[in-house]
Design a protein around this ligand. Sequence first.
Ligand SMILES: Nc1ncnc2c1ncn2[C@@H]1O[C@H](COP(=O)(O)OP(=O)(O)OP(=O)(O)O)[C@@H](O)[C@H]1O
Length: 283
Amino acid sequence: MTDSAEGRTPTVIADDVHLTYKISGRYAKRGGAAALARTIMRQSTPGLREVHAVRGVSFTAWEGDAIGLIGPNGSGKSTLLRGIAGLLTPSAGAVYTRGDPALLGVNAALISTMSGERNITLGGLAMGMTPEEVAASFDDICEFAGIGEFIALPMNAYSSGMGARLRFAIAASKAHDILMIDEALATGDAEFRRRSERRIKELRDQAGTVFLVSHSLGVVRETCNRAIWLEKGQLVMDGATDEVLDAYEEKHDPQKAARRREDQRRQAEEAAKQQAAGVRATG
Ligand SMILES: Nc1ncnc2c1ncn2[C@@H]1O[C@H](COP(=O)(O)OP(=O)(O)OP(=O)(O)O)[C@@H](O)[C@H]1O
């Protein structure tokens, strides 16, 4: 499956995807208010409430793409990742993937009562590595996570940042066809972020596709070639990172956008001055 125009291979196709959560409990009570709530929310089953989190999203991701998913809280970013990973079945539309998607989220399934060391082994095996491959990457994973002696302690003794670092280190040790990272980088310090950004670039170079959910526009600018902007479960914009992030900033942080425009104007002015000085010096 290759796009003949550009010779690139699509890895994920989302075709008008809708993702819905069904929650029970809160409206299960009998009584007038609950019945009224059900009528308003067009519920057919008493006690079941639906949250329509992703509403008709379509895009195609390609090999080598690193796509930042941006949007305000509750806009459906994590839900869309779960849909791509196959953890949620679309209520309408479809997701097609080429290769195995691996979702690295804050809730990635490591076992909190076991040590970091043990989780490296289990996580590696769960990702389909052989025991030899796990043994070969063990030291690199420990070093990448950079949590020192904590690696020998059970993970429930870790701070949330340490846990996120270890999860990232384990997931990123293997080349994935499609790697999805949910906010993992937000919890690391500057040095860890730099290491992670380098690793994401390597994974892209190995022709994988990376999706990154992050509230840090800086991380998305540094890491991604493309961005998808979601708002209330719908796709607002999909395109080159700078273009999408500039438009997002105009809407959600106009002051910052104005400062950025001013900086760009100054830089352009400075570059023009230097070019003119260079022309005079050589002329
Ligand atoms: N497990 C769940 N059960 C029910 N509703 C959920 C569940 N997870 C998310 N939602 C709802 O789905 C919508 C989208 O949530 P989602 O977590 O995908 O957004 P997000 O853009 O990732 O948000 P954030 O930036 O805050 O992490 C929200 O209205 C949220 O309340």
